[in-house]
Design a protein around this ligand. Structure first.
Ligand code: NI
Length: 191
């Protein structure tokens, strides 16, 4: 396993629509996934999409188990190829997101609250889950990378975007909770 360099916003690969994974279970795919887990850990993310390390293929990894605050979801370590997301209803909610490809920044992003996502794992087994809240946000953030979309492109209010220390300072404490009525602040999506 080798940690790779994460591409940053401005690199053209991050704007591409990635290609489907044609064959699960190959040695090359397993090696790529191992590198992605390593890279994700190195950068302190909870998710990573293959295009972020320069591989324009429809593959994401994500998971959140350790150091999970009690008010956040636990997300099993997941490898997902060729994912398809279907919103379960029209409800949207705002939550804080950061991206390893946009280091140092944070923004408030509107996402579907409840989704179903399907795809195959690294060996071709079907994954089919219905999730909500934080878990749903992570998956939507990751899968957007496969379509060349960064979270900034999902934002509707750029007064809610800034450098992490300033945003943490500005929104620390109870005012944050009341202003946006979201419970993601304690553990923003970093993916
Ligand atoms: Ni990201």
């Amino acid at each position: 396993m080798t940690a790779q360099c994460v591409l940053r916003m401005g690199h053209p690969i991050l704007l591409q629509v990635a290609e489907p994974i044609s064959e699960p279970g190959t040695d090359a795919l397993h090696a790529l996934i191992a590198d992605m887990w390593e890279t994700m850990a190195e950068y302190g993310g909870i998710g990573l999409a293959a295009p972020q390390i320069g591989i324009s293929q429809r593959l994401v990894v994500f998971g959140l188990e350790e150091d999970t605050p009690p008010d956040a979801d636990t997300i099993p370590p997941t490898v997902l190829t060729n994912p398809v997301i279907t919103p379960l209803d029209d409800e949207m909610e705002h939550g804080w997101e950061a991206c390893l490809s946009v280091p140092g920044m944070r923004g408030l992003v509107s996402r579907h609250t409840r989704i179903r996502y399907t795809g195959l794992d690294e060996n071709g087994a079907v994954i089919d889950r219905q999730v909500e809240g934080y878990h749903a946000r992570v998956v939507q953030h990751e899968c957007d990378h496969l379509d060349g979309i960064l979270y900034l492109q999902r934002m509707d209010d750029f007064t809610q975007f800034g450098f992490e220390p300033e945003m943490t300072e500005r929104f620390s404490g109870a005012s944050m909770q009341s202003e946006e009525d979201n419970d993601n602040e304690a553990h923003p999506v970093v993916a």
